[in-house]
Write a protein that binds this ligand. Structure first.
Ligand SMILES: Nc1nc2c(ncn2[C@@H]2O[C@H](COP(=O)(O)OP(=O)(O)OP(=O)(O)O)[C@@H](O)[C@H]2O)c(=O)[nH]1
Ligand SMILES: [Mg+2]
Ligand SMILES: [Zn+2]
Length: 309
């Protein structure tokens, strides 16, 4: 149950940001500095619009002493993530453990495509490097050479975070990744507040128990950290990614296109393709081709222009 701590009684609208939602009620930090509880106005449900954590909203008094405010309006969103369900993110920390659980690099590559499409800055954070320092270095190098910001950390050691501390300041920073990788641990470590529940790793299954059950914003350095529940699969088709979007997640492919015979070459076997001259990790390239193939199977007419010429 969310407690209302409101003290302001202004009439008219107030703007705020949704910090969390439980059972159809939303906790909102207002620009006036109060934290209030509000329910959406009935009309949202009719329109199929759901207030989402991170939303900037306009609220007004409801007249009901139990829940004193209603959400009257949702302001235009900069972006909307479905998994985790969060609006208006500046940075998404793609959190992967080098071991326990084993990193799913296809999931990482899919999230890199998604963040590029949504214009969210990705930061790759590899946790548990204490369990396998060699793999941490190897995976970290693949992605930093591709052009991404990579942070390595270990148990009770924020690792490279200090180097990137300024990047986090004033930003709305979400954490996404498989269950048990250490997202809640990182939120606690960075904020210095033991606010997030951290799961126990089951010895038998070597998997994290699904401890974080809802999305929540934690104020940090003038912005917010957003802890989210873990997830294990993401289908590109389900999140609206098309064949043309896939290359967005591969900055290392950006310049090779100029050397390919066709300007819109997808590097999947087209005539005159210059992919052999590109310095890309072979596993990343084969996952890229697999994504293109899967999406083309669902829409055979997309992304084949180069072959038809
Ligand atoms: N060895 C080691 N263990 C870690 C590290 N970071 C987190 N852990 C442990 O991993 C387990 C899972 O951590 P959580 O922070 O709950 O993971 P989560 O990503 O929030 O998991 P969900 O909420 O289920 O999505 C806990 O037992 C942590 O103590 C690390 O860098 N090294
Ligand atoms: Mg968690
Ligand atoms: Zn090519």
């Amino acid at each position: 149950m969310i407690e209302s701590t409101t003290t302001f009684d202004r009439s008219g609208f107030e703007v705020g940001r949704i910090l969390k939602g439980v059972g159809g009620q939303y906790e909102i930090a207002t620009s006036a500095g109060a934290t209030v509880v509000a329910v959406p106005r009935g009309i949202f449900r009719k329109d199929g619009i759901r207030p989402t954590v991170g939303d900037k909203v306009r609220i007004e008094p409801s007249g009901d002493p139990d829940i004193p405010f209603v959400i009257a309006d949702i302001l235009e969103r900069k972006n909307l993530m479905i998994r985790p369900p969060v609006a208006n993110i500046d940075i998404l920390v793609l959190t992967f453990s080098v071991s326990d659980p084993k990193p799913d690099l296809a999931l990482l590559d899919k999230l890199l495509i998604l963040t590029a499409k949504q214009k969210i800055r990705p930061i790759i954070w590899l946790t548990k490097s204490d369990l396998d320092p060699g793999s941490a270095k190897r995976i970290g190098a693949i992605y930093s050479e591709a052009g991404y910001t990579v942070i390595l950390s270990g148990r009770d050691d924020a690792g490279d975070f200090e180097r990137e501390r300024e990047t986090f300041s004033g930003a709305v920073v979400g954490f996404a990744g498989q269950s048990g990788v250490g997202k809640s641990t990182l939120c606690n470590l960075i904020s210095g507040i033991e606010g997030m529940e951290v799961g126990m790793i089951s010895d038998r299954l070597k998997r994290g128990k699904h401890t974080t059950r809802h999305v929540e914003l934690v104020p940090f350095a003038g912005g917010y950290l957003i802890d989210t529940p873990g997830f294990s699969s993401l289908e590109l088709l389900d999140i609206g990614i098309t064949v043309e979007d896939v290359p967005l997640g591969y900055p290392e492919l950006a310049s090779v296109g100029e050397s390919c015979r066709f300007a819109d070459c997808l590097h999947t076997g087209e005539l005159g393709c210059a992919i052999a001259t590109c310095k890309i990790d072979p596993d990343r390239l084969s996952r890229y081709r697999e994504f293109i193939r899967t999406l083309q199977e669902h829409n055979p007419y997309s992304g084949k222009k180069g072959e038809r010429k």
